[in-house]
Design a protein around this ligand. Structure first.
Ligand code: CS2
Length: 503
């Protein structure tokens, strides 16, 4: 007797050839990818790039005449080795799952990337690509930490070992600054135009910051090159926005079961997307305004609104929610106390600091933020939100505290968040006793300073690289001491403490 045997057929790998076999509602690239050239070299191909810039470019490539604006990715980190292997197998394609708040799901395959260089294996190939005449823009998502600035002073950190290496081995770079410098130097020698350096990181004045850091790096060794860069290279500022959770195994499984393909590099994100860019490019730019981006003369007010409301709001929910024992943003904001706390923080402690923008209704912006955070289909983990808080909080929250101090206003809701960050860094468990997954370049120092809190309630604030002179601000310190006392009291309950601050 024969039993029918279930033979599990391995799923097809996502690649150019299988695109025609995907379900018909998947938006796949129908433009001829073999005709594309890479006008953009992108350093740091993480989730955000794949859900943001690459998606705008994918839309653009659908329009005739845009063939020269495809992307060549560059990975600088050893961790990118396996990524390269995946990408080669997948013809640099990946799926994007867009999850709307109402449950609607859109599926896309993004074809904007046509090559990927794993830098540690072939540094010269990266430099050659950067000086290739097709390369008009070098864009970056290297995270806040990648810009190598001191968070409190905003000055270049010459003590970073990778930077020290790159300064003494210009032909053997490790960092983005090392590569940019090597390539720009070659372009200057060859009499070529420079490329635009376009930061797509979530940093206020990301272009100015990149320029300042690159010049600090270059001028240490070569002031002539520094002058040429200062005179010729554009660094457009931009505000970037799209909530993109970390890809999980569940996302890979989801794509396998819905699209019937094996995609080892899928990405999921929200439907909302925004990109506001200063129109300042050294050697031309793609017409991104045809595909939803906005060019403006000055991006400052847009950035401030986004960083101080969205990103700060995330950190408020992230730190307070972590202490409470929540796991995701939507879970935190669906608790009315957390939602109310967030709204009051935004209304009372941030909105008065934001310039009114023509065409933007701040009340509506905040309503939309809460809706975006509440999207039950985006499981954005608090671990992601709280990761690298040391690079984020000075810009997201401490900046607003300082502005409020200068205006003689208090910011007790933000103060509790700083105190909660101290408890978080010190105890590393939530109120249920569960260990918190903390990922921060400064985690050891954060822990070190925070763990002295029982001897000195202001100990955490002594980390002056993050807090500047907050520990000398009398009224802030008084409020902070109260917050610490409440958080460190036996049987303390974060929700009771939050409620007390709202009353
Ligand atoms: C988040 C951002 O990690 C964080 O700090 O607030 O990654 C946020 O999701 C993006 O900036 C949204 O554009």
């Amino acid at each position: 007797m024969h039993h029918a045997q279930q033979v599990s057929v391995p799923l097809k790998t996502l690649n150019q050839q299988c695109l025609s076999t995907l379900p018909s509602d998947v938006d796949v690239p129908r433009y001829d990818r073999s005709k594309l050239t890479a006008g953009i070299v992108h350093i740091g191909v993480g989730g955000f790039h794949r859900a943001h810039q690459a998606v705008y470019i994918n839309e653009l490539l659908k329009q005739p005449g845009s063939e020269s604006w495809a992307i060549c990715g560059v990975g600088l980190l050893e961790a990118n080795r396996s990524l390269r292997d995946v990408l080669v197998k997948q013809d640099y394609l990946y799926s994007l799952t867009v999850r709307h708040p109402n449950g609607q799901i859109d599926h896309q395959v993004i074809g904007a990337m046509i090559d990927f260089l794993f830098a540690p294996e072939n540094k010269q190939a990266v430099i050659d690509r950067l000086i290739h005449q097709h390369t008009k823009i070098v864009s970056l998502t290297i995270t806040e930490g990648g810009y190598n600035f001191n968070p409190a002073t905003g000055e270049f950190d010459y003590s970073n070992p990778d930077i020290i290496h790159d300064m003494s081995h210009p032909e053997d770079p490790i960092t983005a600054f090392g590569y940019l410098t090597a390539a720009l130097k070659q372009r200057k020698i060859k009499g070529m135009k420079p490329f635009t350096v376009q930061s797509c990181d979530n940093i206020q004045h990301n272009g100015d910051m990149t320029r300042k850091m690159l010049l600090a790096f270059v001028n240490k060794n070569d002031t002539q090159l520094g002058k040429w860069i200062a005179d010729n290279v554009s660094f457009p500022n931009a505000m970037v926005d799209r909530i993109t959770p970390v890809t999980t195994k569940a996302d890979i499984d989801y794509v396998a079961s819905t699209l019937g393909i094996n995609d080892q590099w899928p990405i999921t994100c929200e439907a909302f997307s925004q990109w506001v860019i200063e129109d300042n490019f050294s050697d031309g730019r793609p017409p991104l305004d045809n595909v939803g981006a906005q060019f403006v003369a000055d991006v400052t007010p847009f950035e401030k609104m986004k960083i101080r409301l969205l990103n700060a709001g995330h950190s408020v929910l992230g730190l307070l929610g972590s202490i409470h024992g929540f796991a995701t943003i939507d879970e935190s904001v669906s608790d009315p106390l957390f939602a109310g706390y967030l709204r009051r923080f935004m209304d009372d402690e941030v909105t008065p600091l934001i310039e009114q923008l023509e065409g933007i209704d701040l009340t509506q912006y905040k309503d939309t933020l809460i809706e975006r955070f509440a999207n039950p289909n985006i499981k954005d983990s608090l671990a992601r939100i709280c990761s690298e808080s040391s690079a984020k909080l000075p810009k997201f929250i401490i900046a607003s505290i300082n502005e409020n101090i200068a205006l003689g206003r208090d910011s007790s809701l933000a103060t509790l968040v700083i105190a909660a960050w101290c408890l978080y860094s010190d105890k590393r468990v939530d109120q249920q006793g569960q260990t918190l997954a903390i990922s921060d370049q400064m985690a050891p120092q954060l822990h070190d300073f925070a763990s002295k809190t029982s001897q000195d309630p202001l100990a955490f604030l002594q980390l002056s690289d993050l807090f500047g002179d907050l520990c000398h601000q009398a009224s802030f310190c008084q409020d902070y001491r109260q917050a610490i006392a409440a958080l460190y009291a036996p049987e303390s309950e974060i929700k009771t403490i939050m409620q007390a601050r709202l009353d």
